[in-house]
Design a protein around this ligand. Structure first.
Ligand SMILES: [Zn+2]
Length: 92
């Protein structure tokens, strides 16, 4: 089933990854979603960095819950993605 190979990121977008991170760390993702998630991570260092930041934060707060997660971390990440996308466009 690995027939189609493209240079694009997996169907999951960075924003979706950000939404799924807490479930990922909770281990509540379905295996299919988790595979998409892992695939995205393998191609997207930014999301790996985000995951690490997220994990450190939840470890620090000792609560792996979306509600306990400072929304600021996610917002920062999304803002970063936004800025990066803009910068890319501007520099090329
Ligand atoms: Zn990503």
């Amino acid at each position: 089933m690995a027939a189609r190979k493209t240079n694009r990121l997996s169907p999951k977008t960075c924003k979706q990854i950000a939404d799924l991170v807490s479930d990922y760390l909770n281990g509540t993702l379905s295996s299919r979603v988790k595979r998409d998630f892992d695939t995205h991570l393998s191609r997207c260092p930014d999301c790996v960095a985000f995951l690490n930041t997220y994990r450190e934060t939840v470890t620090a707060t000792n609560a792996i819950r979306a509600e306990a997660m400072p929304g600021a971390v996610r917002r920062n990440f999304l803002a970063f993605l936004h800025k990066r996308a803009r910068g890319k466009r501007a520099s090329t």
